[in-house]
Design a protein around this ligand. Structure first.
Ligand SMILES: Nc1ncnc2c1ncn2[C@@H]1O[C@H](COP(=O)(O)OP(=O)(O)OP(=O)(O)O)[C@@H](O)[C@H]1O
Length: 535
């Protein structure tokens, strides 16, 4: 990905924009020439021609205003269109990613990519590209016009053009560095803001809401430093450009004056040179700053590209599993988080259709074990096989098809119960009604239609914890998994319904079930084939 890629991808729109830019610049140069002609006619006391040129000048500037208006709106449309394309590209690489890799970053970091980084690419990369194009078109047209007046003027302008573009490039490396730092600080800020705002209800209870302001201000101060550092570098570039611009314009006017005094060019030429050199150097003076900004967004694109490279390496090929038993075989399994041993030398055989209760004190590694079995973590030691095949040879897709893991804190999207159950799959109303009935979300099917159209709200806040756990379970059961792993999946459900739901799962002969539970009901304990105890 780069600025150029996206411009090329939108060739037609970019060409239309280029056409409008050329028209505006042609009219601007034409106005400068008319300025000179007006003065020359005035010197000759030719009133009629003076009036004609004045009217033409007015008309020319009116057209510049009209096309500029159109250009501003159309530029924004093109840039917003590109924004959406980049966002789509980022989400495509995120959804093609491995879960383990995705979870290395926080949601806040990804939100920052979609928001801050995209804005930076738009404001510093894409829009500056068109400003640079405008500058180049204006410069070329102005240089050609200058040649018509006098070649000395054109050559002088050309030399200054070169100097103005090249000199401020010395700041490019440092600009890329401060831009990269800013994107990281943006991620951190969104992270901190999201983290502290998510704690609103807890802080409300403890009457500690002021902590939100303190944390946001502290995070904002860190972000401010990164922003100011970037502006410092940009200002150095802009100031260098401005000084060179002034020197260039004054020199050109001076040379024109000397040429006019020697009668090489008419007096009015000074007005044309004033306009033309303003067109050239006002944009060129900032050109290096603009070019710097465009190359400054490279680290952002690099960040996206690195993300994609990593996920490509992690994809392995699909294999067909044999019918060997046990379904899952665990030999000498070991797992460490940051050097801390969580699981050591564990051996297990999970057999088809059997029911397992995973117990152990808090922090003993129950969730970690089932996550490893569900394919969340690949960096374990020992040997793990699914139907005779090593986990490392199986793709995530294959494991996801076979094993359904329901997290301790199930997640929901904004939308109705039906949308949260179906996600991207299609199920009939009868299937949806049957599943919510089976987990006790509705008392009979006549209530189903209403229940299915209810909105879950933000992160499911319109439902009780027990209802949410059953919606999560219903969502899994709809997919008819071979292996179901439930991590404290019934902890918030009332006793009567919890026993009913557990019973439903324990009596399904086809289902291989692993359940983590601190609150196993005595009524159901007898149905488990084995208890896996961690300590
Ligand atoms: N992503 C992580 N990074 C670092 N350490 C982690 C991570 N997840 C879990 N741990 C640590 O691993 C240990 C086991 O955690 P795990 O969630 O597997 O325990 P558990 O037995 O399921 O606990 P509980 O019954 O309280 O849910 C804990 O000490 C925990 O702090």
């Amino acid at each position: 990905m780069s600025v150029g890629n996206f411009i090329l991808k939108n060739k037609t729109k970019s060409l239309l924009l280029l056409l409008v830019i050329v028209i505006v610049q042609l009219l601007t140069v034409f106005s400068a020439v008319l300025n000179a002609q007006m003065i020359n006619e005035l010197i000759k006391f030719n009133m009629r021609q003076f009036e004609i040129k004045t009217s033409l000048l007015l008309l020319s500037w009116l057209l510049v205003a009209l096309f500029t208006y159109f250009k501003l709106i159309y530029t924004e449309k093109v840039l917003q269109h590109i924004n959406t394309q980049i966002r789509a590209k980022i989400t495509q690489s995120i959804i093609a990613d491995q879960r383990e890799h995705y979870n290395k970053r926080t949601v806040g970091a990804y939100v920052s990519w979609m928001n801050n980084d995209i804005e930076a690419i738009k404001d510093q990369g894409m829009s500056m590209f068109f400003v640079v194009v405008e500058g180049i078109v204006g410069t070329i047209l102005s240089l050609i016009t200058l040649i018509k007046y006098n070649w000395v003027l054109a050559i002088t302008a050309l030399i200054f053009t070169g100097i103005i573009i090249v000199v401020p490039r010395i700041f490019n490396k440092i600009l890329a560095k401060v831009t990269a730092k800013l994107t990281v600080e943006n991620e951190k800020f969104v992270d901190s803001a999201e983290d502290i705002l998510a704690g609103f209800n807890m802080l409300y209870t403890f009457r500690a809401l002021n902590l939100i302001t303190l944390k946001i201000v502290a995070a904002s101060n860190k972000l401010n430093v990164a922003n100011v550092n970037r502006i410092k570098v940009q200002s150095k570039i802009a100031t260098t450009g401005f000084l060179l611009n002034v020197v260039a314009q004054v020199s050109l006017m001076g040379i024109t004056g000397i040429l006019a005094l020697h009668h090489v060019v008419p007096i009015g030429t000074i007005a044309a040179v004033g306009g033309l050199s303003a067109t050239i150097f006002n944009s060129l003076g900032n050109m290096s700053s603009y070019l710097g900004m465009i190359s400054g967004v490279k680290p952002i694109f690099d960040k996206f590209a690195n993300y994609q490279n990593q996920q490509q390496n992690e994809v392995s090929s699909d294999v067909i599993a044999s019918n060997a038993t046990p379904l899952i075989s665990v030999q000498n399994l070991g797992y460490k988080f940051d050097g801390n041993e969580i699981i050591a030398d564990l051996n297990l055989a999970i057999k088809e259709g059997q029911k397992y209760l995973v117990v152990g004190e808090s922090g003993s590694g129950k969730s970690t074990l089932v996550k490893i079995l569900a394919g969340y973590y690949g960096n374990y030691t020992g040997k793990l096989q699914f139907a005779g095949n090593d986990y490392h040879d199986l793709t995530q897709k294959y494991l996801l098809d076979k094993i359904m893991y329901i997290d301790q804190t199930p997640q929901f999207i904004h939308g109705t119960v039906a949308e949260n159950l179906s996600l991207v799959n299609e199920f009939s109303n009868e299937e949806l009604a049957a599943v919510i009935l089976s987990v006790g979300l509705v008392a009979d099917t006549t209530e189903a239609a209403d229940f299915l159209t209810r909105e879950l709200g933000n992160k499911g806040n319109q439902f009780s914890g027990g209802q949410l756990q059953r919606i999560a379970l219903a969502r899994a059961l709809l997919r008819k998994p071979e292996i179901l792993i439930l991590d404290e999946g019934t902890s918030a459900i009332d006793k009567e319904n919890a026993i009913m739901v557990e019973n439903l799962l324990l009596n399904d002969d086809q289902l291989t079930l692993l359940m983590i539970s601190h609150t196993m009901h005595a009524e159901n304990s007898q149905y488990f084939d084995e208890i896996i105890e961690l300590n």
